[in-house]
Design a protein around this ligand. Structure first.
Ligand SMILES: NC(=O)c1ccc[n+]([C@@H]2O[C@H](COP(=O)([O-])OP(=O)(O)OC[C@H]3O[C@@H](n4cnc5c(N)ncnc54)[C@H](OP(=O)(O)O)[C@@H]3O)[C@@H](O)[C@H]2O)c1
Length: 321
């Protein structure tokens, strides 16, 4: 099979699209014929910082093939698999510990983050789980609801567009802060207020938000404190400028304050999450946001683009054109 392989870590120039053996599913695994995948920030981080990601995931050996989001068709199943059959259309997220979906085939356990593909999406649209998974960790932990005013900073990225949609599904009032070129996008996704972070309007936003969610890790404490009402909570997906969120997180743990958090998804929740996301998509409550598409042969260019930090939503790799 064709796969985007990395023999060593580094810049996108180390990625080589070449023929490798097709994997064989274990007893509890499904073999998936990948139709589409993405290049996202997790992939870029792993390409550059394998040690940190490897440490976080408990992985001993290096992955040769990256790629988290996938959509495709079940090609074969192991003897112990009961949930899926060959021919099923599926979507989800690859496990960290195994080779990923930037290939024509990959294997994953049937108990992983895999679900039937939403009936109203094409393969090249159904590659949207990872951003939503990380956004949902905050949305669920803080139980966003109709009585909450939520400010989402960086609402144009994969996590930001997901957080915006998930917060609106729960009835929260959402202020989406983005660059001017993304204002129309966040309004189309349901933002109650759309604010350009380069304009004066951002500096004059009031101190009345129950939650400030920094979806891109760019907000310093001077900014988020001015946006939160007393008792409000700041959450982020990232370490923040100069890794300051790690310090505030530690301080919050020591003092027992709830003011700062970097919520992570609950262990073992991924399959239920992907099934729930499928239901939201089929109900028309959640839509994919796609920036660019690349063929597998040009995947290094996709990495270069994602590394700019300028993408809106996801960057799709079409494995089957
Ligand atoms: N918690 C986790 O385990 C986890 C998992 C995955 C990712 N992450 C982290 O979460 C962050 C977001 O990931 P992502 O995939 O959603 O990112 P992404 O899609 O690459 O986000 C890019 C978006 O952020 C916007 N942006 C860039 N600079 C900005 C600024 N100063 N203010 C406001 N918006 C800005 C960009 O638009 P403009 O350039 O036009 O402003 C672009 O639309 C990353 O730092 C990533 O490392 C964490």
């Amino acid at each position: 099979m064709k796969a985007a392989t990395i023999a060593r870590y580094g810049s996108p120039g180390v990625i080589e699209v070449r023929d490798v053996p097709t994997p064989v599913p274990g007893a509890d695994e499904v073999l998936i014929r990948v139709h589409a995948t993405t290049v996202n920030r997790t992939d870029c981080g792993e390409l550059l910082h394998p040690t940190l990601i490897g440490f976080m995931s408990g992985r001993r050996s290096r992955r040769r093939i990256l790629g988290m989001d996938f959509s495709g068709i079940v090609e074969a199943v192991g003897a112990g698999v009961g949930l899926f059959r060959p021919g099923d259309y599926v979507f989800g997220m690859c496990p960290f510990r195994k080779d990923g979906a930037q290939a024509e085939y990959f294997c994953m356990p049937e108990s992983g983050a895999i679900a039937p593909m939403p009936r109203n999406l094409r393969f090249d649209e159904a590659v949207l789980c990872e951003g939503a998974y990380y956004a949902n960790a905050s949305v669920e932990k803080f139980d966003y609801g109709p009585c909450h005013k939520v400010l989402i900073y960086g609402a144009s990225g994969a996590i930001g567009t997901a957080a915006l949609q998930l917060a609106k599904i729960r009835g929260a009032e959402v202020t989406a802060v983005v660059a001017g070129r993304h204002l129309a996008l966040v309004r189309s996704l349901g933002a109650d207020f759309a604010v350009d972070y380069t304009a004066d309007a951002f500096n004059t936003l009031g101190r009345h938000h129950d939650f400030v969610f920094d979806a891109v890790g760019k907000l310093g404490i001077g900014r988020w404190r001015r946006l939160l009402k007393p008792g409000g909570v700041f959450a982020s997906t990232d370490r923040g400028p100069w890794s300051q969120n790690l310090f505030f997180l530690l301080w919050a743990k020591i003092t027992g304050s709830r003011r700062v958090d970097v919520p992570l998804p609950k262990r073992g929740s991924a399959q239920a999450f992907v099934n729930d996301l499928k239901d939201k998509i089929e109900a028309g409550q959640y839509v994919p946001v796609i920036d660019r598409r690349y063929p597998l042969a040009d995947i290094a260019d996709a990495y270069r683009y994602v590394q700019t930090g300028e993408k809106a939503g996801v960057v799709v790799i079409d494995i089957v054109q």
